[in-house]
Design a protein. Structure first.
Length: 460
């Protein structure tokens, strides 16, 4: 490893831990050069992993619609840790995505005892207000409450049929004593994530869910469940190309031309296959091999990149035939910034983070006390240099406050060479954070009376 074995915060595979997470969770690493307009988050390796991000990037490149879903727990105060997902959301919005924001008021009620009224106030005054100040555009943002969107709750029930307690045990570590609130909440979250693709909420299009990596179990569960409902699977063929295969289930047998006794009804199967063939050839493929009896259709010339488009076409057919036609969600994962004390950031430990409405004095005090990567003595520091991978002030510049890559690079070089002392890096952090907090405060005042613009119709 470069840098004398130290972690390099500039590279996206800097940390063995994050590389291990990618491996263990079966994620893909983010390659900033594959994105149309990589943002700071990508260039700095903060967004480090994804599932199916290429599907969304395909939409960006073709100017096809895609949606973004994010959720917030309406409790406590909003701090820097929460702002990371909004930085991600804002980037997707700039690339053309429409934004749906879940207020997890039912989850907060069930798991924390937060009343719905209290949750509503916190969501709007604390979170939506800061989202506005952070630059989300209300024209394509819709904030809704779990408690007032029956479609979400309906999905939680419908899709609950596709999972069971054993799966919950293995994903979430539940056991006999687990409170049922913790069983309900993930199912409602599945509903949150799936529902933007329903016809009433924007219709069939890829949905990406930017999250911290702690939320990945929910995404795995949702992707699993969505896939189980699909009537058509689109798989890679061993010898290149893609195969569309029917997924016959009790609930779709008759539509997929299988009789009660299990026989294929050839006439209606043929009719179905010519419809599939037509929609695949409309996408520009001419070589299509049908095997209606078997329930498969081969598209030898299709590449992995074509998979999402073919899949969408199949989901559209499924919907026309009465199925749900659900696309598994895509997702992106950001790293967590270290807490200021070296612990995890947490609302319940105010010293570990900076809140969106902290005063400049509070912020300065926290930065001054924060964990540093400087050497014990000035002489040693000048000789050895600072360690940016352990320095909270540097990391906060990198994650939050210094938007200029060159300026950040310069701080890094000066610090590592020993020319800048830890206290000086802290002062730079305080200066940038002061601008950031003041700007946010000003923007909050500008948005104060306009928060209604962010709320969906059923949230007013
Ligand atoms: N469970 C999330 C949390 O603890 C909140 C949440 C609910 C959420 N629904 C969501 C997050 C959908 C992302 C997507 O913060």
């Amino acid at each position: 490893m470069a840098n004398g074995g130290r972690i390099d915060p500039w590279s996206s595979d800097q940390s063995t831990d994050y590389a291990r997470i990618v491996d263990q969770f079966g994620l893909s690493a983010v390659d900033p050069s594959s994105l149309p307009n990589p943002g700071i988050l990508h260039r700095r390796g903060i967004v480090f992993a994804h599932r199916d991000l290429d599907v969304v990037v395909g939409c960006m490149n073709r100017s096809d619609p895609f949606g973004v879903l994010t959720g917030l727990m309406p409790s406590g105060r909003m701090h820097l840790g929460h702002s990371m997902v909004i930085d991600q959301v804002r980037w997707f919005q700039q690339q053309g995505g429409d934004i749906t924001v879940t207020v997890a008021d039912l989850e907060a009620l069930a798991t924390r005892g937060t009343s719905l009224e209290e949750g509503r106030k916190t969501a709007i005054n604390e979170y939506v207000h800061n989202y506005a100040a952070l630059g989300l555009d209300p024209d394509s943002t819709n904030v809704y409450f779990q408690s007032s969107r029956p479609a979400v709750q309906r999905l939680a029930f419908t899709l609950g049929r596709r999972t069971n307690l054993s799966e919950f045990e293995s994903i979430y570590g539940f056991h006999g004593e687990t409170n049922l609130a913790h069983v309900q909440a993930p199912l409602v979250q599945v509903g949150d994530i799936i529902h933007p693709q329903l016809d009433d909420y924007g219709g069939l299009r890829p949905i990406v869910v930017p999250v911290g990596v702690d939320q990945d179990p929910h995404l795995r569960l949702t992707r699993d469940i969505a896939q189980k409902t699909n009537w058509f699977n689109v798989k890679q063929r061993k010898d290149g190309g893609l195969t569309v295969a029917l997924s016959i289930q009790d609930s779709n047998k008759s539509q997929l031309a299988v009789s009660d006794s299990g026989q294929v009804e050839m006439d209606s199967r043929m009719a179905l296959f010519s419809e599939i063939e037509k929609s695949v050839s409309d996408l520009g493929f001419s070589d299509i091999k049908l095997n209606p009896k078997h329930g498969t259709l081969e598209v030898p010339a299709a590449t992995a990149d074509d998979r999402a488009r073919i899949r969408m076409a199949m989901l559209a057919i499924e919907r026309k035939m009465g199925g749900m036609g659900l696309m598994p969600p895509c997702s992106t994962y950001h790293r967590f910034a270290v807490g200021m004390t070296g612990d995890k950031m947490s609302s319940s430990k105010p010293e570990t983070t900076i809140f969106m409405d902290d005063s400049v004095e509070e912020m300065s005090r926290k930065v001054k006390r924060a964990f540093s990567g400087g050497q014990p003595t000035v002489e040693e520091h000048r000789r050895v240099g600072g360690d940016v991978s352990r320095d909270v002030a540097f990391q906060y510049l990198q994650f939050f406050f210094e938007k200029d890559d060159n300026a950040l690079e310069e701080v890094k070089n000066e610090y590592e060479s020993g020319r800048l002392l830890a206290g000086e890096v802290k002062q730079i952090c305080i200066d940038r954070a002061t601008e950031w907090l003041n700007d946010l405060k000003e923007k909050r005042i500008q948005w104060e009376d306009r928060l209604g613009e962010f709320l969906a119709e059923d949230a007013i």
